[in-house]
Structure formats: structure tokens, C-alpha cells
Design a protein around this ligand. Sequence first.
Ligand code: NDP
Length: 484
Amino acid sequence: MKFQPKASHFIDGEYVESAAGQAIEVIYPATGETIARLHAATPAVVEEALQSSKTAQQKWAAKTGTERGRILRRAAEILRARNYELSELETHNTGKPIQETLVADASAGADALEYFGGLAASMTGEYIPLANGDFAITVPEPLGVCVGIGAWNYPIQIACLKAAPALACGNAMIFKPSETTPLSALKLAEALMEAGAPKGVFNVVQGYGDVGATLVADRRVAKVSLTGSVPTGRRVYAAAAEGMKHVTMELGGKSPLIVFDDADLENSVSGAIIGNFFSSGQVCSNGTRVFVQKRIKTAFLERLSSRLAFAKIGDPMDPQVNFGPIVSQRQLEIVKTYIARGIAEGARLVHGGHQLARPGFYLEPTVFADVTDEMTIAREEIFGPVMSVLEFETEEEVIARANATEFGLAAGVFTGDLARAHRVAKKFEAGTCYINTYNAAPVEAPFGGSKLSGVGRENSKLALHHYTEMKTIYVSVNNLHAAY
Ligand code: NDP
């Protein structure tokens, strides 16, 4: 098997296997074929990873920021040099079209390594003058061993978005990929070692939720960064709270995308397509509730349907294909259940809605119109290619409806009126907002959610604060007077 790794885990600079662990079958979503067989980590493997990370972290933190940054930037170059090979792997692991993985996965991961590599040496503290010549200094210190737990939609990108800031700050990371997409994190571990990272600074252990839970509960772990669903986030956050650990939670959403009648129609249709059907809709920040102002609703739906007819669905390794399968049979079934629910609750199916009669987990891009706020498809995260179009009349009304959700990951507005665009963006209850665009997530800008969609931010300088703890050192240059 071409994509079979040397072994399941990567610990202390080496591939490690233990056949005693539960089997993990890696499936190519385009065909349903098995492309690799791995094993979940046994308690002994998890222990090995923890011990290795604990030792490595101290050596790594003793390096200067410049040295750490150089290694991260070298790893970025290695990923870039291997971009095609890694994209091919990611396409086989996730089913996402090669035209997407070539630009959005390993390359975005390389951006993160380069960006945080560049910032590593800038992690300095402050001098704080106090009374009578006394002063305090602050020292940003690494947290120690951090655990990263990934979802299956952007496997190597998620691994890099967590590892890069963690390592830049002098932490070690143990990464547990989703068992659906376990392969590419191993390649990141290889790249980091080749770039000169000390062995053990980035370890990968495979497994199901129980392996993640064991790592989160271990007293040697100082921080947990999870990308996953809200229910998993709740469990992981609660477990981390037991040990008062730091957390970053990148969770799900049901984001609104508002199209006013003065918006450029082509751009707003593009925004709705990008915000619903990229990666077959399996993107956390997708604007799946598309609120369209009454006057342009018919025109919007017509243009949307005619453009969706040009989606090229097929073999994701074909460079012309821009719409691939769903990641797994399980996820396909979940999405199909939501489509059935939409129909049953009275939404009008205007495009797609069917599984394709071919091997693999293919589902058409699907659009429902006449969706109301109470319908299940307008309330719950589907995580598949299902767009709900809802009608609105006034700005005040649509803001209230857009915010009437427990999620708060992202939100977007399309309008030709700049003042209105800013007014609406300010009122959105969401961590990441867009004006006349959707779903951009460059490493330079903070990304993350409010409300149930998460805690903390990834990307940008802010991410560094989530991987350090500030030590304050007070210094007195005066004699000390005690009461007795
Ligand atoms: P899950 O929540 O099912 O799983 C996420 C990860 O957590 C997996 O690796 C999973 O392992 C692991 N896990 C499960 N239970 C536990 C536990 N008790 N303790 C520790 N780890 C555990 O999410 P999916 O993988 O299905 O990914 C889809 C979700 O991720 C969507 O909700 C999506 O919105 C969200 N997401 C958020 C992003 C963001 O940046 N905000 C970006 C991408 C996705 P296992 O797979 O073995 O169960």
C-alpha cells in the first residue's frame, strides 16, 4: 500500500509500532478502499510519548528563540518542497480534490511554521518601573508539554497550526490526529526532525477518543488544544479543568452569511459557494445559513443553481475536479439524515440532495430554500455540503436572527454599503467576521470562535499568548522594612 506509513506512531524521533493497539483502517473516501492500516496507542505507547516529550521540552526550551525559529522555518521549507507528495497523501486521506490540497493544506501548514518561526525570537518580557527605583520584569515562559487533538477536515494544517506556535514558545507537543485521517501528522513529525528539532519535541500518537482523553488527563500535560465538535470540546474542556490546564478550543459552528440587496450578485454567490462547498462543505467556519434579502432572493437562487451546475464532481486526484467525496461513510450518513430532515420539515430542495451512484462517499452540493430559523438544518452543524437559504427584509431583523444561535465561530456580510457592512460586522456575535468575502484564514490574522464555538485563538501573534505563561519577577533595590 503506497500510503502505508513505516509505523503508526512517531515518538522520540522514531516510528514506533505496537500491534496490541486497536486497529485503525484508513479509507480513501473516493473509492472506499483501504490505503493504510494502523494501530491505536496502547497505554505503554502513550507513556512513552509523555516521557519523551517531558525530557525533550526542557532541552528545547533551553535553545534561544532564534534557534527554535530557524528549525521551524527549515521545516516549513521541507513541507513546501514536498507539497505535491503531501497533497496527494492528504487527498487520499480526506478525499478533498488535489486542486484544493495543493494550496490549502501542507502549504498553509508551512505558512504557520514560517510565521511562528519568524516570531520565536521576539518573545520577550517587559521592564516595569516601580516606586523608589524598584522594578519588575516579566518573562514569558513555555507551558511545558502540550497536547494537540485534531479533526479530520484539515489534518496537516491543524497539526501545524497547533505545533508551530507551541514549539516557537519552547513547548513540546504530543499530537493525536483524528483516527479518520492519521497519516499526514507523521509527515510533519518527519519534517521537524529533519529540520533539526530535538527528538521528542513533536510526537504523534494515534488513537480514538480514549487516547485523547488519557493524554488530557495526564498530570504532565500543561495545555490542550482541540479542534473538534462542541460535544467533544465540552468533554475535553471539563477534563482539562480537573488539572487547571490551559486550553484552546476550536469547535463547530452554524455561521450566518448575510446578502443585502445592494450587494454584487456574482460576488455574493461566489461567497456562498466558497462558504458552503469548499472541501465538500466540511469546514468549521462555513456560512451555512445564507440570509438573502427578499428583493434579490429569486435572482440569487437562480444564479447559484446555474453556477453549481459547473461544479466538477469526480476523482479528487483529477486536477480539474473541484468537488470531492465526503470524508467517510459515517459522515455521509449523518449528512444524508440532515437532508432528509430538511425535506421532512418543509424546506424546498432547489439543488442536489442525492448521493452519487458510484463507489466512494459522494454527495451532490445541496441547496435548500424557504428555510426557517426553527428547522433542524438551520440550527445544527451538518458538516457537509448543505446550504440553507433564508429570506429576510430588514437589517435589524437579520442581525437578530443571525445571532440567534449558540454558536459564534464566523459570520459574513455582503453589501455595497460600507457603513452598513461595518455596522453589521460590529454587531455579529462571532469571533471571525467577513465583509464581502468569506472563509479566509491567513496565518497573520486571529481565527477562532466565541460562544459555544470555542475558547482562545489560533493564528497571529495572539496564538503565542496561548502557549506561554507570564512570570513576574519583582526586584527591590531598597532596604526592606517589616512591622516588627
Ligand atoms: P470530533 O469532536 O468528533 O473529534 C475531534 C477530535 O477529538 C478527534 O481526534 C477525536 O478522536 C478526539 N476526541 C473525541 N473524544 C475525545 C475525548 N473525550 N477526549 C479527547 N479527545 C477526544 O470532531 P471531528 O473529528 O468529527 O471534526 C469535525 C468537527 O470539528 C466539527 O464540529 C467542526 O466544526 C470542528 N472543526 C473546528 C474547526 C475550528 O477551527 N473551529 C476546524 C475544523 C473542524 P476520534 O476521532 O477518535 O473520536
